[in-house]
Design a protein around this ligand. Structure first.
Ligand SMILES: Cc1cc2nc3c(=O)[nH]c(=O)nc-3n(C[C@H](O)[C@H](O)[C@H](O)COP(=O)(O)OP(=O)(O)OC[C@H]3O[C@@H](n4cnc5c(N)ncnc54)[C@H](O)[C@@H]3O)c2cc1C
Length: 554
């Protein structure tokens, strides 16, 4: 039974970081704004939680774990540093190899990179500065595109044609060579791309990881080169391209900083407020929402930041949407096969390749990515098994130990380690698979134990989050970490559907701010900012149109 409506200027559905960014921008413009979040706290996939009831002072970044993609524009506009946004830049990428030896790669130290890579291949060491320069050149092209609203390609409407031409004009500095490089990047597999540059399996393994993060594709699949670029063109504000960092207090603190900025601007944030569906008027315009408890809230503008299946098929309803849009959303690819394993450790892993006097001794290689992705065939094998319906025998892992810097997550002397691992079969989003996930996590731990023999015994608590939990507890349908795969047919003007990549939707008054729009996924806030800007621009245009209509004729 619906209860009486309360009225706002803007309703934001979903209090993940994108919803919060949208709310902060809307409220900053003076709109009376409310955020409606289903879970008991905001943040969505950017969340810090204490998963072990008997160890409440151990907290983990339960899903996302490192920052790089949030642009300075948003950090500065919302003054996030003042609200607690504080990043520790990560140390080097580190891989200890099961057959012995290790490699470290630095984001900002060409000399040390040369020394490290030379241990595996002098040719590769010499190639590394050229590779870094090549990536930096591509970032110059792709970086600005992240903040570009994709044009509606193919539309003949004057406004769309003008946008397309404007985009083409902005790219006029590109030459044949750069366009060829971008084409390669967009179409090649990360394996083929790295084969063109490097010879050592160890170096290629190290560089391949970013190509398959969160992706339902092995390193030999076309398009994975772009995924690598997506993860390599941000920085944490320290000016080092592709560098990542740890937020103090975990990723939930990023969301908290944005929420604090939104509140300061006047936004109201309600948790435990699950939206059941959207309210549309007779003309098909969004006018508000109905909550699961029956409450109705109305607003001139609704911004939704949920997965496209939930936002459109469940909340708007197929009958209220164009058929081709419904088909596009039904066909939206949203698999990952990711399992997040969060660990509380009594001591740091003591790697045989770089032994410490004692495992508790913090060393440089604990401060960055502590990987388990020794070679490309290793990564490929993990994917092939999952695609054939089996969890990886030897999963790959992008591991980090944020407590190397961040002393707020657990008691002194202990550590938190976060393992972002792949792959289990994509259809594990349909059932919990609890026991199999436990066995998978055990195998993952064994892989680290081979190179750091104190690892297994150092584990005090383990928290395993598989695709089913990601879908059912966090709304990440299919377990995809970005609300939808970063595959070529789902990028830029196709994200989330052709004709609707400008953060507007087929429903007037409804704007779209999820990671399933351009520049998502990742904790980048761009979809939230762009959706708010689209809503505010339309409001201004409508006002000036009304103003012109109301003006007496001369
Ligand atoms: C395991 C994992 C690791 C990742 N690692 C990284 C990383 O290290 N760095 C990085 O940059 N990115 C990472 N990502 C990706 C990144 O976290 C996401 O792309 C991003 O957080 C999504 O933000 P969002 O605001 O678009 O959506 P979400 O965070 O999904 O927010 C949507 C919100 O809507 C709420 N909601 C759902 N249904 C309803 C409803 N009916 N009514 C009201 N509210 C509802 C949800 O509870 C949620 O809070 C990772 C993601 C995962 C899952």
């Amino acid at each position: 039974m619906a209860t009486q409506a309360s009225a706002y200027d803007a309703i934001v559905v979903g209090g993940g970081h994108n919803g919060l960014v949208a709310a902060a921008y809307l409220a900053r413009s003076g709109a009376r704004t409310v955020v409606l979040e289903a879970r008991p706290h905001t943040g969505g996939a950017a969340t810090t939680e204490a998963p072990w009831p008997d160890a409440p002072d151990f907290r983990v970044t339960r899903l996302s774990y490192v920052m790089s993609l949030l642009p300075p524009t948003i950090i500065n506009d919302l003054q996030l540093a003042r609200h607690g946004y504080k990043i520790f830049p990560m140390g080097p990428y580190y891989q200890a190899f099961p057959e012995g030896g290790s490699i470290k790669l630095y984001a900002d130290d060409a000399k040390r990179n040369h020394e490290e890579v030379s241990r595996w291949s002098v040719r590769d060491a010499d190639a590394m500065p050229r590779w870094d320069a090549w990536l930096a050149g591509l970032a110059d092209v792709l970086g600005p595109l992240l903040l570009t609203v994709p044009p509606n390609l193919g539309s003949r409407k004057p406004r769309d044609l003008a946008e397309t031409l404007r985009l083409a004009w902005r790219q006029r500095g590109l030459n044949v060579r750069t366009i060829a490089d971008v084409t390669r990047l967009m179409t090649m597999s990360i394996a083929d791309l790295l084969d063109d540059w490097f010879e050592s399996p160890q170096v290629k393994g190290a560089l391949a990881v970013n190509g398959v993060i969160g992706t339902w594709a092995g390193p030999y699949e076309p398009g994975t080169a772009y995924v690598m670029a997506h993860h390599s063109i941000g920085d944490v504000g320290d000016g080092h391209l592709g560098n990542w960092g740890f937020q103090e207090g975990g990723m939930g603190a990023v969301a908290d900083a944005i929420a604090s900025a939104a509140r300061e601007n006047g936004a109201e944030i309600r948790t435990g407020a699950r939206v059941e569906r959207l309210l549309l008027n007779q003309g098909g315009r969004a006018t508000g929402v109905i909550l699961a408890d029956g409450q109705q809230l109305t607003a001139k503008v609704v911004v939704t930041s949920l997965h496209p299946r939930t936002a459109f098929l469940d909340h708007v309803g197929r009958q209220n949407l164009p058929d081709d849009f419904v088909t596009d959303i039904e066909r939206w690819k949203t698999r990952s096969g990711v399992v997040k394993i969060n660990l509380a450790l009594a001591e740091l892993p003591d790697f045989t390749a770089d032994p410490a006097p004692k495992g508790t001794n913090l060393q440089e290689h604990h401060t960055g990515s502590v990987e388990m992705a020794p070679t490309m065939p290793y990564i490929e094998q993990a994917f092939t098994e999952a695609r054939n319906g089996l969890p990886a025998t030897r999963p790959f892992s992008d591991g980090v130990i944020p407590t190397a810097f961040d002393k707020t997550l657990c008691p002194d002397g202990y550590h938190i380690m976060s393992l972002f691992t792949q792959w289990v079969p994509a259809d594990w989003a349909e059932k919990p698979h609890t026991e199999e996930l436990q066995a998978y996590a055990d195998r993952m731990i064994d892989c680290y134990n081979e190179v750091a023999p104190n690892f297994r015994d150092s584990i005090l608590h383990a928290d395993i989050v598989g695709p089913y939990e990601m879908e059912h507890d966090y709304g990440l349908i299919g377990g995809n970490i970005f609300h939808g795969e970063l595959s070529l047919e789902q990028l830029f003007h196709m994200r989330p559907a052709p004709g609707y990549a400008d953060y507007r939707t087929p429903v007037p008054g409804l704007y779209y701010a999820s990671s399933a729009t351009h520049a998502g996924g990742g904790v980048c806030g761009i979809p939230g900012m762009q959706a708010a800007k689209a809503a505010l621009a339309d409001r201004r245009a409508a006002r000036s149109h009304r103003g012109r209509r109301g003006r007496p004729r001369a």
